[in-house]
Design a protein around this ligand. Sequence first.
Ligand code: FAD
Ligand code: NAP
Length: 601
Amino acid sequence: MSDLTDRIPSMAAAQQVSITDANGAYQKPDHLDFSWAPPLYERDINTGRRLRIVCVGAGFSGLCAAVHFQDHLANYELQIYERADDVGGVWHQNRYPGIACDVPSHSYQLSFCEKTDWSAYYAPGAEIHGYLSTVAERYGLRKFIKLQHTVTNARWDEERGKWFVTVSSGGVSFEDECDFVLFATGLLSKPIWPDNIPGRESFSGTMVHTGDWRAAGLPDDPEFWADKRVGVIGMGASGVQIVPTLQKKAQSVTNFGRSKLWISGGWGSKMFEKLHKHKKEHGTNYFFTEEDIAGFRSDEAYRKFRCQIEEDLGSTHELSFRGHPLQDIFATKFTETMKHKVARKPEVADALLPDFPVGCRRLSPGPGYLEALCEDNCSLVTDKIEAFTPAGIRTADGTEHELDIIICATGFDVTLIPAFPIIGRGGVNIQELWARESRTYLGMFSPEMPNAFNVLTTQAAAQSGSLLVVLEQQCSYITKVISKCQRDGYASFAPKQQAVDDFLKYTDAYFGRTVLTTNCKSWYKNGEAGEATIRAIWPGSGSHAYVAFQNPRWEDFDWDRLKEQEHTMSWLGNGCAAYLDGADVHLAMRGFYRPETHYIY
Ligand SMILES: Cc1cc2nc3c(=O)[nH]c(=O)nc-3n(C[C@H](O)[C@H](O)[C@H](O)COP(=O)(O)OP(=O)(O)OC[C@H]3O[C@@H](n4cnc5c(N)ncnc54)[C@H](O)[C@@H]3O)c2cc1C
Ligand SMILES: NC(=O)c1ccc[n+]([C@@H]2O[C@H](COP(=O)([O-])OP(=O)(O)OC[C@H]3O[C@@H](n4cnc5c(N)ncnc54)[C@H](OP(=O)(O)O)[C@@H]3O)[C@@H](O)[C@H]2O)c1
């Protein structure tokens, strides 16, 4: 096989004339008059304009997007602002005792950064936070991130085709101008206190929210809890993790709950059972042995394991359809197991068993939760909380529950309203617009927000399958959009209004078929009950989202040209391709020439 340069003799000649700069980009020789004449546009076809991207948030979403940009974009600047003092998002903020992944760890990680030595099937939160720190280090992302920088405002300037992002840090505010902005601010990142309960300030003990755990400064020492009477308000995913953990450590745990909930088996339970095949007692987690971990070092074994888990996670999708036979099967199974687990305190089953279908609100795997409620030092109180008092909590039946620590596992603001003003096209404040309803195309794009992306915020989380697969697909989609703007000479893009309207029609029709719109209260419906519209999660399975995001439908967007590239063919540039006519032929042709076939098709 001859050398590549022999096949392209013109390249050697081009190099001698030296019309390229050190980076291989075309340079106009001084003695030639190449004055601008549309449609010729003075740039190489594959050298896009320089872009600045601002990303708000450095959780899974912000970090994943940064890696995608690094791998697939050129000629760009990236700035990530993170209000917390470390990366990791929810895994940095939620440090309550017992926090763990409730999907199997091997499916809760990014495809390009595989960790094969997870300590447990459901990894503890601190380990997931450690994983995210590793992602930041391994991909050199720290240089893009400014910690303890809070974005307080974002404003689109139509005339200039730019976003102006106001950032506050250490009492100083400044503005950052950019071409694109990513809101990777998290759907579950604004802890919500039980403000409807009076007297919060009067409580003389410590009150803490699960979603802002470190703010209370409680020590990590497990002994700290030994003499504490703890109240836990809430029995969502956080509450059901914290109750069994503290029941084993604290003097007493009182769980105040006003909800009904289906306690399901753990997600990915098929593999869980398989891992425990030699044991009589399952416990609530599986801790990988050194032998297991050594086995995962083989790519094949690891991937097979992960694929089996993902298959299992996706297999219950049809459970969400109204009238599906799986509904009865699961309702019967969960009722039996719940009753069995609380046999010592049958009143707990009476209090918890829902009258709404399985899957209407997020299922709670709740390993060990029901068992903990049956222990002598643990109780479930379902009477309405009337007030916080200096000594603890008073319920509607007049009982004063004396407590040393009150943990509010009361969830997050899931209204989807941005936490800071976002002033979009035509001066529209998205906070006001979305107070009525968040209306996006595919959960990521909004006509009022040109050149902006919502990552894993609205209409993103899937009811089945791995969330991170959906996230990665969103990041890939967004990267393709930015790349298209850069390559094809577009100043801005936004989804067509029709595309948004039609997507939401589809969304409503889809959820209308499911039990998600039946008679429960759920954060999927922004904390509402009944037939409320669903704007928080993806209208389909995780695999459905994966396929939907694979190929962007460019026809669903409006594209505005750059002023200097008004001609429809200006994207063709000046007839040169940066690397081909320059020094680095290998870079441009690498994907085309293959020694064995000459070309690929
Ligand atoms: C306790 C808990 C456990 C969970 N467990 C699971 C699980 O087991 N499996 C699963 O699939 N999902 C789980 N989730 C869902 C979880 O939200 C997602 O899986 C994922 O971590 C979200 O990542 P994110 O980057 O989109 O958002 P986040 O992790 O919320 O990150 C958003 C980041 O944006 C920053 N930010 C927000 N506003 C601003 C601002 N104005 N300026 C600067 N920075 C800002 C925040 O500080 C935060 O760091 C869990 C959620 C919670 C709360
Ligand atoms: N490892 C995990 O996977 C994990 C762990 C934690 C969280 N998460 C994610 O985070 C989401 C939120 O979980 P979460 O448990 O933090 O919140 P949540 O599911 O919204 O649960 C909040 C709980 O607090 C109760 N509550 C709220 N305000 C109250 C008030 N004023 N008075 C009394 N009770 C009140 C709610 O009752 P009502 O239901 O009646 O409103 C509910 O029981 C989960 O759905 C999940 O997606 C995941």
